[in-house]
Design a protein around this ligand. Structure first.
Ligand code: ADP
Ligand code: ZN
Length: 610
């Protein structure tokens, strides 16, 4: 005879069997114990709290960070004949009263609430008057400061055990290192701290690759998409402006793409969302603002066009592909300038502990991107799980090592240049010296007199960047602590003496002729600024120019805008430090530019759970 839980599994949920670990988690909950379940995205976490609730007396209270998620879940539950409701600050008093009445009359089985509601004394007292089955805490990594999406409201969930000592808590997350999992059970005051059930992180239906970005990466995105027409996917980009420009580019190439970011009006966001979910469009070009609320299981690909801030967020974002278990593909396009941009955003945060942690996390993502070993293994290891190399499901396992190019001699030129310029300059400057560029800065420093000046003219800027990136990956050079200049490590000496060889994956190094020649022609900027940010600043300048009928360069010249895009000033004082900005110009335009820089920043540093 079927057990009651098997019966509910079949009759209510329509599934023949439990997925790995679901059964175990359900048993703990039914036994009235606290439990933390770490299961990869798509692993089936929701069933683990929905099912036991049906076998228990009282209402299940689910703490969930996102309105959209709650709404989806309520619809899903109601379609299964389970009464569910939510309490949110977006509702009217009448709606809230009606839900409270229904709860008092025991007409609701599952109640969704935002974490902040559980800090409210009135609400806690109200809950105490009800019969509660247990608490479920979704996205539980938000509890931990060591996680990547810490939320103060979640931290206060420690109160639950104090106010409801006899009611058990089930917590769920897809991403938790061992440090984070310990923190979660401690912060939530678990009675059974050992009740941690950890599923495998491995998503073996995802084919993972990471490739050096060429120019803005649009052509690479296009090449990828041409293999995957009529499939749905998400492209993550770093800024709002870039969602618009890439979406437009793809539309012009005949793809049904649309932009999505937090700056769109609620109507536009909603329609973009609905179009995607309803499969009217295939491609969402989005900032990280998009994703948490979507549980579409047949997304076939996820592309990142720049390095994400943390492995956790990267893992979560690629996890949106292939939740149905069918084979899917994820691609990361990366470049060193990503690190610079993100670093400066981190630098601007006024909290030393935060900065340290953020830099450390960023450094790990950087190493991951540049790494030449199995991607699945690297991700699993990050989450403290050891697996064998995947052999077939990532670029590094798939591409034979034979296709490599020896670049020792080029590496020596690069290292010498870093040394001769006294380890004080960033990659772009070093490359300018190598390629013999006549920038003012080089002339001022007399670096055109150095023996290394111009010894690298035979390679394009992009190729030199790849060499620089490879040296960074191998830790032959490092970016100094303040993320300013490149410095040499002990390994550099061995390379200079030819005791150690340097090679690079040939496929990355062979830049197409087209991009190489473009690189040659383009002016060589002094700052390693982000092109997208620069373009947005230029757009604002054009707007002001048209309004005031002044030539654009009179407002700020390109060099000043580039410095702005590089330094990303946060306030007046920092803004005034930029060459070409005086008090008068600040008064006229400063606030507009600061505001724009801040919105660009907001996209990069916004908490994706909002
Ligand atoms: P998570 O919250 O862990 O990301 P979900 O709870 O959204 O995952 O579940 C992912 C998908 O797996 C959903 O479509 C769900 O219906 C399905 N699913 C969950 N449990 C089972 C099961 N035992 N058998 C088959 N499908 C399942
Ligand atoms: Zn692999």
């Amino acid at each position: 005879m079927l057990s009651r839980k098997q019966q509910v599994l079949q009759e209510v949920f329509g599934f023949g069997s439990f997925r790995p670990l679901q059964d175990q988690a359900v048993d703990k909950i039914l036994a009235g114990e606290d439990v933390l379940l770490i299961l990869s995205t798509g692993g089936g976490k929701s069933l683990c709290y929905q099912l036991p609730a049906l076998l228990m007396d009282g209402v299940l209270v689910v703490v969930s960070p996102l309105l959209a998620l709650m709404q989806d879940q309520i619809l899903g539950l109601e379609s299964k004949g389970i009464s569910a409701a939510m309490l949110s600050s977006m509702q009217s008093m009448e709606e809230i009263r009606a839900t409270e009445d229904a709860l008092r009359n025991q007409e609701i089985k599952v109640l969704f609430v935002a974490p902040e509601r559980l800090n409210n004394d009135y609400f806690l007292s109200f809950l105490q008057s009800l019969n509660i089955a247990f608490f479920a805490v979704d996205e539980a990594h938000c509890v931990s400061e060591w996680g990547h999406e810490f939320r103060a409201d979640y931290r206060k969930l420690g109160l639950l055990k104090i106010r409801f000592p006899d009611i058990s808590i089930a917590a769920f997350t897809a991403t938790a290192t061992q440090q984070v999992e310990k923190d979660i059970v401690a912060q939530l005051n678990f009675k059974q701290r050992g009740n941690i059930i950890r599923g495998t992180v491995l998503r073996d239906n995802l084919y993972i690759s990471a490739v050096v970005r060429q120019e803005n990466g649009y052509q690479q995105v296009l090449n990828f998409l041409e293999k995957r027409t009529n499939e749905q996917g998400i492209i993550y980009v770093q800024s709002r402006v870039k969602t618009e420009s890439l979406a437009k580019f793809l539309q012009e190439k005949g793809f049904q793409a649309q932009a999505y970011h937090a700056g769109l009006s609620p109507e536009k966001r909603k329609s973009a969302f609905n179009n995607f979910v309803g499969e009217k469009t295939n491609i969402m070009v989005a900032t990280i603002a998009f994703g948490m609320g979507i549980d579409k299981s047949d997304i076939r690909f996820v592309i990142h066009t720049s390095i994400p801030k943390t492995i956790e967020s990267y893992y979560q974002e690629i996890g949106r592909a292939g939740r149905d278990g069918l084979s899917s593909e994820v691609l990361l396009l990366y470049g060193t300038s990503d690190i610079g941009v993100l670093s400066r955003f981190i630098d601007a945060v006024d909290n030393e502990d935060y900065r340290q942690l953020a830099f450390q996390k960023l450094n790990t993502v950087k190493q991951y991107a540049f790494s030449e070993s199995c991607r699945h293994q690297a991700l699993s290891r990050y989450f403290d799980e050891d697996v064998e190399p995947c052999k077939t499901m990532c670029d590094n396992c798939n591409e034979p090592d034979t296709k490599r190019k020896d670049i020792t001699e080029l590496a020596q030129k690069f290292i010498s240049t870093v040394y001769r310029t006294e380890q004080r300059f960033g990659q772009n400057y070093i490359i300018d010296v190598l390629r013999g560029a006549k920038t003012q800065k080089i002339l001022n420093n007399n670096h055109d007199k150095l023996s290394v000046y111009g010894i690298g003219q035979n390679l394009s800027k992009i190729q030199w960047k790849m060499i620089g990136d490879r040296l960074l990956e191998l830790e032959i050079i490092q970016v100094s602590d303040e993320f300013r200049g490149l410095i040499l490590t002990d390994k550099a000496r061995s390379v200079l003496k030819s005791e150690e060889k340097v090679d690079i994956r040939a496929i990355n190094f062979n830049v197409s002729k087209k991009s190489a020649s473009i690189a040659k022609k383009s002016t060589l900027p002094e700052y390693d600024f982000d092109e997208v940010i620069f373009e947005s600043l230029r757009a604002l300048r054009l707007e002001i120019a048209m309004e005031t009928k002044m030539p654009a360069y009179v407002i700020f010249d390109n060099k000043t805008l580039q410095a702005m895009a590089y330094l990303l000033p946060t306030d007046k004082e920092k803004f005034l430090q930029i060459n070409g900005v005086g008090e008068v110009k600040y008064k006229k335009y400063g606030e507009q530019f600061l505001a724009l820089i801040n919105t660009l920043r907001a996209d990069d540093f916004q908490d994706p759970t909002h």
